[in-house]
Design a protein around this ligand. Structure first.
Ligand code: NAD
Ligand code: ZN
Length: 363
């Protein structure tokens, strides 16, 4: 399957298919990527063990000069220190302004390698090869960043890739918990945009969790399509793009208070989306928005309640830090129906606090 992220002269293709990593050299040739200048593959140690030799092997067999840089797996690698090391490897390998950096991995590698590509020599080209389900979200849209000890994703850029190459066969080695957490963002893309796709996700929960190739390809295709549609209408998050943050207000706070090791991102936003649905009902929208949302996440074995030991005051403080309340009010993405959301600019902080308390007692 193929789709295009429509951004005028910076439009790019997303290829999704089983085994398409084997076509990497042909796809690079087709899009004129990497001619004449060295390539750099950035990946993490888990992904390297499975796929790095294959990628560098295929590219060098096709005549490309290719170097690689492997970072430790995990969120701490999204740091300025790691960026500096990547730049060192890039310089040693002779990367120049016509070079291309290839992100082979999940969202951590995508954000890190993408920011390296955005900043090395004021910007070189880059290609995303996502290897997690979550990365169907992070590899599309051009947001790239590293973290600072005081704040996540705070040093970053908008830098669109030349191409996204999504081989669903690479997902077979993903740990089950990462699979479910990644599917949480897929469900989000349904909830914000497309009721039929949401229903399809629910019906196909077992196939998706079981990594059925056909279900995965369709689900990732639809998820990427929603992301692409939103991003093409609002590349730099002036307004519409904010809807992609459904569930993220509570979700980010839960990740932070859990010390970024208790809940995976996808798990935290599943709870956040149940919270947003509760808020919606409290604002007068129909009850089924909440019951359906909760039922879907339960079908995927994702959490729908806040671990009770996470302190409500701390969660609220983290939220204020993340989102800036104005006089007790907060901008919040609220579902108005399954498949539809609104950007509500005056949600009361007290209501959000009530929801957080209720989410601790959810069963
Ligand atoms: P990740 O990149 O850390 O991957 C999760 C784990 O799976 C890691 O241990 C990784 O080594 C391992 N892994 C990856 N692919 C594998 C494979 N095929 N087989 C076996 N193991 C594999 O995490 P993630 O969930 O993909 O991404 C999370 C990151 O994405 C966060 O830093 C978040 O901020 C970022 N993100 C960015 C955007 C964006 O728009 N740029 C959007 C959402 C999330
Ligand atoms: Zn997210």
């Amino acid at each position: 399957r193929e789709l295009t992220v429509d951004l005028g002269s910076r439009s790019y293709p997303i290829y999704i298919g089983e085994g398409i990593l084997n076509d990497i050299a042909a796809l690079f040739q087709k899009h004129g990527i990497g001619k004449g200048s060295p390539l750099l593959v950035v990946t993490d140690e888990h992904v390297a063990a499975h796929f790095l030799d294959r990628v560098t092997g295929l590219l060098s067999a096709a005549g490309y000069s290719v170097a690689s840089h492997v970072v430790p797996a995990g969120e701490p690698s999204k740091s300025l220190a790691m960026l500096e090391q990547i730049v060192a490897t890039a310089l040693e390998a002779g990367l120049d302004r016509k070079s291309t950096i290839i992100a082979l991995g999940g969202g951590v590698v995508g954000d890190l390698a993408g920011f390296a590509a955005a900043s090395y020599m004021r910007g070189v080209r880059f290609v995303q090869i996502p290897t997690t389900i979550l990365a169907h979200d992070s590899s599309v849209g051009g947001k790239v960043a590293v973290n600072h000890p005081l704040a996540k994703n705070i040093i970053g850029a908008f830098h669109q890739p030349e191409m996204v190459l999504y081989d669903t066969a690479t997902l077979l080695t993903l740990p089950d918990r990462e699979v479910r957490a990644g599917l949480s963002e897929m469900i989000k893309h349904g909830l914000i945009w497309d009721a039929d796709f949401t229903a399809w996700c629910e019906e196909n929960a077992d196939r998706l969790v079981g990594l059925d190739p056909e279900a995965l390809q369709y689900g990732l295709y639809k998820g990427c399509s929603v992301k692409a549609a939103v991003v093409s209408q609002d590349e730099r998050e002036n307004d519409l793009r904010a809807i992609l943050n459904l569930g993220h207000t509570i979700g980010h706070a839960l990740e932070a208070v859990g010390g970024y090791n208790e809940l995976l991102h996808g798990e935290a936003i599943a709870i956040g989306m149940v919270g947003a649905a509760k808020l919606s009902v409290r604002m007068g929208n129909p009850e089924h928005i909440y019951t359906v949302t909760k039922r879907i996440f339960q079908k995927f074995g994702l959490p729908v309640s806040i671990p009770p030991h996470l302190d409500t005051d701390e969660i609220m403080r983290a939220m204020m830090h993340d989102k800036k309340f104005n006089e007790g009010q907060i901008v919040y993405i609220v579902p108005t129906e399954i498949g539809k959301v609104e950007i509500n600019k005056n949600v009361s902080a007290q209501w959000v606090r009530d929801i957080v308390d209720q989410l601790k007692r959810e069963d």
